[in-house]
Structure formats: structure tokens, C-alpha cells
Design a protein around this ligand. Structure first.
Ligand code: SAM
Length: 283
């Protein structure tokens, strides 16, 4: 038997009594056209070990295997899915390895993973993304991730966009970030309250990455914490805390003190973060 010969997902869900548990953020993708599209965006997969976070009954898992992944390492917290996943292990010549545990605590690099594809649980999606952005070295060459649409917009936003802020700046300082497709709530079983979107991230060339995400995070948190205020005002608090003269900070970084944060380019935030790192007085 091969993966494509397995019983349809709805049948598997009924056979093993896999009702969705909200506490695990469970909304299943049973439409293989969508999971196949996510798998295609993750590929080509020959010779690649892909990690999937939260396989659930295994729709995306099947698509990744059918698309030719050498190995899929699937991390799932809910033990109820094990029988359904074991069927896939058997049908895939053991190209699937299941890790029972919390995706936030698993180090993908320990499993030889170079790519991640996931329909992420909403409550931990952003945290997982930040973990992978701050991993050193960057072990992945692509992430293909489903988020709720509002989060996906915040990841892919460009300067001037309504959703532009800390998450876009942190993400795009390390990787390119593009929307692959929007996925309406009705595509999931059961449907969540909001729509979703799939985002594709690829690391920038090494010389173009901005590595000091800690300083960048402090600056963007201060600036976007007062999104409607000019930078001269929004950076005052952190400036005082770090012993910096804000006018001098902005001038040295070449940033207009009367601008609001959404009007800046990502490189402007890099210069502000450089100055913060180099000139902060120890508390
Ligand atoms: N991939 C499946 C699909 O597309 O149909 C299920 C996606 S569902 C949105 C999220 C899945 O992540 C569930 O199977 C849930 O049990 C699992 N999950 C939730 N929190 C997790 C965590 N911290 N680590 C690993 N898996 C988790």
C-alpha cells in the first residue's frame, strides 16, 4: 500500500474518533488540493527532510510524502492522532517519523530538518516563527506556514502598509516573506472564526541579513507601541531607560524625528538598533 491508497481523511477521522479539540487549536484541512498546493510550495522535496508541526490526522503529511519528501518529521502534541499517523508511517516505507511533543520545544536541527511546512496552531504560530528566525545558524532554506490571515498580513507587510510593524521587520530582516494564498475559514473542519493564509519564507543571502534581533525588537516595540506618535516621542521612554539622547539617536541614524514608524524603511530600524546596541548605558 502507498500513501495515495490510504482511506480518505474523513473516514480516518471517523474510524479513530478524532473530533477536533479546541484547546489544541485543531482545525483540519481535509481538502487535498490545498494541502498539495502547500506541499508543492515546499518542494522540490527529493532528498529533503521536512518538519511538520501539528500533523493532526495527516492531510498535509500525506501531501508532503506524496510530493516526494525523503523524510517528514511530524511533531504532534495530541496522542489521539497516533493511530492515524501510524497508518501513514506504514504506507510510506517509514519515511514519516512522528515525534510526540511540543513543537516549541523541539529543535528541528537535531532531526536533520532543512525545511518546515505547517498548518500552525493559532495560539503558538508567532512564537514558533520567532524561534525559527532566531535559531543560529539558520538551519532552514524555506518555511511554508499557515497562519490566521491577520498574522500572515503582519508577517508579509511592507513599509506603509497598515499591518507593517514589529513582526514584519523582525521577519524580513532575516528572510523574504510572501503570501502564497489566502485560505477561507470554510476550508477547515471545523471552520475557525477567521480566515487563514499561507506564507513562504526564505532566508536572505547571509550578507543581507540583520542579525541583532534583540536590539531590533526593543526599538520596534517602542516605536510601534505608540504607532500614532512621532518617533521623537515614542522613543523617549526607551531612550531615557538606556541613557540615550533621542534627538542625537535619530540624527545619527539618519531618521526624521517627526516621522511615524510605519513611514520608515526596514533599514532605518536597523540603523536605530545599531545605535541602541552601541550606545546604551548599562542599567
Ligand atoms: N495539520 C493538520 C491539518 O492541516 O489538518 C492539523 C492542523 S491544526 C490547525 C493544528 C495541529 O497542531 C493539531 O493537530 C494540534 O493537535 C497540533 N498542536 C497544537 N499545539 C501544538 C504544539 N505546541 N506542538 C505540536 N503540535 C501542536
Amino acid at each position: 500500500m502507498s500513501v495515495s491508497d490510504l482511506a480518505p481523511l474523513r473516514e480516518i477521522i471517523a474510524r479513530y474518533g478524532l473530533s477536533a479539540d479546541k484547546s489544541f487549536g485543531q482545525h483540519f484541512l481535509l481538502d487535498l488540493n490545498i494541502t498539495d498546493k502547500i506541499a508543492r510550495a515546499t518542494g522540490p522535496l527529493s532528498g529533503v527532510t521536512v518538519m511538520e508541526i501539528g500533523p493532526g490526522p495527516g492531510g498535509l503529511t500525506r501531501s508532503l510524502l506524496t510530493a516526494g519528501a525523503e523524510k517528514v518529521v511530524a511533531v504532534e502534541m495530541d496522542i489521539r492522532f497516533m493511530p492515524a499517523l501510524e497508518d501513514i508511517i506504514n504506507a510510506s516505507d517509514e519515511r514519516l517519523k512522528v515525534v510526540l511533543g511540543n513543537g516549541l520545544k523541539v529543535n528541528p536541527a537535531d532531526h536533520g530538518v532543512t525545511r518546515i511546512a505547517a498548518n500552525l496552531p493559532y495560539n503558538v504560530g508567532t512564537k514558533m516563527l520567532i524561534n525559527w528566525l532566531t535559531a543560529r545558524p539558520i538551519f532552514w532554506d524555506r518555511l511554508v506556514l499557515m497562519f490566521q490571515k491577520e498574522v500572515a498580513d503582519r508577517v508579509t507587510a511592507r513599509p506603509g502598509d497598515k499591518a507593517f510593524g514589529r513582526l514584519a521587520i523582525l521577519t524580513q530582516s532575516i528572510a523574504s516573506a510572501d503570501n502564497l494564498m489566502d485560505v477561507p475559514a470554510r476550508a477547515f473542519t471545523p471552520p475557525p472564526k477567521v480566515d487563514s493564509a499561507v506564507v513562504v519564507l526564505e532566508p536572505l543571502p547571509v550578507g543581507e541579513r540583520y542579525d541583532d534581533l534583540k536590539s531590533l525588537s526593543s526599538v520596534t516595540q517602542a516605536a510601534f507601541g505608540m504607532r500614532r506618535k512621532m518617533l521623537r516621542r515614542s522613543l523617549r521612554g526607551i531612550g531615557k531607560q538606556k541613557g540615550l539622547d533621542v534627538d542625537n539617536w535619530l540624527k545619527t541614524a539618519g531618521v526624521d524625528p517627526e516621522k511615524r514608524p510605519e513611514a520608515l524603511q526596514i533599514e532605518d530600524f536597523h540603523r536605530l538598533a545599531d545605535y541602541l546596541r552601541e550606545n546604551s548605558k548599562a542599567a
